[in-house]
Structures are given as structure tokens and as C-alpha cells.
Design a protein around this ligand. Structure first.
Ligand SMILES: [Zn+2]
Length: 349
């Protein structure tokens, strides 16, 4: 059976599926994923067909909350308030056994780092095709739905902090991180006049995270005007310019409740409980090996290494040197090594 039609603006790397029937998408997100096979754009016509919104998800193959939301919307058979495009990105990584395990395939780049040049490999081509599609479509906004690798409260990330972005965020969560980091992620589309936010729904395994995605997408797509504050809008907590606490490429890491011999850094298994709380200078983060703080690289926005300004070691114990708020703390050593341990913002006052 042929489900897909091709659109001239996308290469053969991205399938385009127009107005799928609720019966066609399968009975579970597993079946749904199997039918997608590769990166897919799903187009729905809205009650108002003069405007388009985009919801993208699964740019990381192990972050399923947004896919639950897409599946739920399609199953409902409802018509959205305006034209809606769903983009499901890292389908091949999610399909790899065991399903929803790989953020990206081991021999490929992270798709959500590929939305800038060079576009010279498979995820780069997928990113470029989708950017070309968006250029043609000119959506009024884009919401990119993710999960954090550790559990913790939901939040949004944006490179812009104007009223339009804040209002978009308020439909999903009550915490916004404004960053000037540029990594080649899809939310950098804000630079091209498409208000874009990333929503981090909470942990990948978290039932609550799936529910948040399902309920907020359902509400969002039913609204006629998503740029208007309503009575239900939340007070936003806004945090500025996080830095990435990264490990040097040759550093070793373990998660354990006591220091592990011969390892550069040991973090306690329950470290994700620190997510979004204030971590004061007397709260221990973990244990360091013989290299001490030298196993970290923490690069400021000016390109300076600020590990020594942010972290201190006492004996073998690691503490923050100034109070910080930490978030996206991971307990997955692969992500800790390949991406970062956590993000931190310094607390003023
Ligand atoms: Zn992600």
C-alpha cells in the first residue's frame, strides 16, 4: 500500500504524508514509527488554511514524548485551528534495535546539531531538506519537542526572549532558558523570523512527560491565536545563558554512590535531583580523580575556559565555586561523554 506522496520541495530523504486517516497510522506509536520508515513530514489542513504551524519531534531517536503527542492528535481525527505540519526527524535512529534507544545512529552526527552548514552527510542533507521546506512554507511558529535524558522538570529553550517566544513557551511549560549558544539546532530558526522554541518535556521514560506533550499539543493546535496571552498563561521563570559543563574527550566517568578508583569523575546516581534547584557552594556534586578539575572543559560565550571559576575541588570532592542552577543533568555516561554533563547558570545575588 502506498502511503506517501512526494512534494517537490523535499528530497527523497523526507517522506511527505498528507492528511493521514486515523486508521492508517497504526494502533500504537510502535506501529506508527514502523510506518514512517524515514524522516517524515505530515501535513494537515486547518480550519484557517492561510497560516501554518510546525511541530517537530524525534530529532533525537530516544525522545518519544513528542511522537506520542503527534500520534494522539492524528488518532483523534480532529482538524487543527490552522494548517499544521508535523516533522518526525530521527526515524531511522528510533527504529534501530532496541527501539527508541539511540539519540542518533553511532556512525552519524546528531541531527539537532546539523541545522547549519556543512550539510555534507546524511543528517546534514535531512536538515537542509527540512530547512528548504520551511523556507517555502513560512510557518508562523515552530515548536520542537524533546525529552531530557535524565528525569527532571519540564522547560523550554529559546535563543530569543521577546514576547512572542515567551507566549509560545507559556502554552507548554513555565520555565524558559534563553541561550546564546549556537550549536546548529533547529531552534536557531528564530534567526530567520520564525519564532521557534524547544520544549524539553522531562525524562524519556517519564509517563508525565508524554502526558505533558499530548495535552499541550492538543490545546495548542486547537487555539486560533497562539501569540495572545490568556488568563491561563503562566508566570515564566527565565534563566539566561547557560554554560555547558563538558568532559574533555579523553576523560572517564562513572556513576556510583562512592568514588570509583582510577576514574576522572564519579557522579552520584541520584544527581539528577539537583535539576533546577539552586546548588550552593557547599553542595557536593561528585568526586574527582587525580586530574582534578582538568577533566572538564567549560567554555564561556567569549570562548574562555571558565572551569576554574565555576568549579572547585576539596580533597577529591567536587563543589560549585559559586551558586549555580544546574539542569539537563544526565545519568547516561554516553551522553555525558558525547554531549555534556549538565548545563549551569550562575545565580545572581
Ligand atoms: Zn533532544
Amino acid at each position: 500500500m502506498e502511503y506517501f506522496t512526494m512534494n517537490k520541495s523535499t528530497s527523497s530523504l523526507i517522506n511527505v504524508w498528507t492528511q493521514p486517516d486515523p486508521e492508517e497510522i497504526g494502533h500504537s506509536i510502535d506501529e506508527f514509527l514502523s510506518r514512517l520508515k524515514q524522516p517524515t513530514i505530515i501535513q494537515l489542513s486547518g480550519l484557517d488554511d492561510s497560516r501554518t504551524r510546525v511541530i517537530s519531534t524525534l530529532l533525537h531517536g530516544n525522545e518519544p514524548s513528542g511522537l506520542y503527542a503527534v500520534f494522539n492528535w492524528l488518532k483523534s481525527g480532529k482538524q487543527p485551528a490552522v494548517n499544521t505540519v508535523f516533522f518526525v526527524g530521527a526515524v531511522t535512529a528510533a527504529l534501530e534495535h532496541p527501539r527508541f534507544f539511540y539519540r542518533h545512529l553511532p556512525d552519524e552526527r546528531d541531527l539537532n546539531r546539523c541545522f547549519k552548514e556543512p550539510f555534507d552527510d546524511y543528517p546534514g542533507h535531512v536538515a537542509k531538506s527540512f530547512l528548504d521546506f520551511l523556507k517555502e512554507e513560512q510557518p508562523e511558529c515552530l515548536i520542537d519537542i524533546h525529552n531530557t535524558s535524565g528525569s527532571g522538570p519540564a522547560f523550554a529553550v529559546s535563543i530569543c526572549n521577546d514576547l512572542a517566544h515567551q507566549t509560545l513557551v507559556s502554552h507548554f511549560v513555565d520555565r524558559l532558558i534563553v541561550t546564546n549558544l549556537r550549536l546548529g539546532s533547529l531552534m536557531e530558526l528564530s534567526e530567520q523570523d520564525v519564532p521557534t522554541i524547544t520544549v524539553e518535556c522531562g525524562g524519556t521514560q517519564d509517563e508525565q512527560a508524554h502526558l505533558l506533550a499530548i495535552e499541550s499539543v492538543d490545546r495548542f493546535l486547537s487555539l486560533d491565536d497562539v501569540f495572545q496571552y490568556s488568563a491561563t498563561d503562566r508566570e515564566l521563570e527565565i534563566l539566561y545563558n547557560p554554560v555547558r559543563i563538558e568532559l574533555k574527550p579523553d576523560a572517564t566517568i562513572a556513576y556510583n554512590m562512592a568514588p570509583v578508583d582510577g576514574v576522572d569523575i564519579t557522579l552520584p546516581l541520584n544527581i539528577e535531583h539537583l535539576n533546577f534547584g539552586v546548588v550552593d557552594t557547599d553542595i557536593q556534586l561528585g568526586w574527582l580523580g587525580e586530574r582534578g578539575i582538568d577533566c572538564f572543559q567549560v567554555v564561556s560565550h567569549e570562548g574562555k575556559d571558565i572551569s576554574q571559576e565555576l568549579l572547585r575541588v576539596e580533597g577529591n570532592q567536587l563543589f560549585p565555586k559559586q551558586p549555580v542552577k544546574a539542569f539537563m543533568i544526565t545519568t547516561n555516561p554516553i551522553i555525558a561523554k558525547s554531549d555534556c554533563l549538565f548545563y549551569a547558570v550562575t545565580c545572581q545575588g
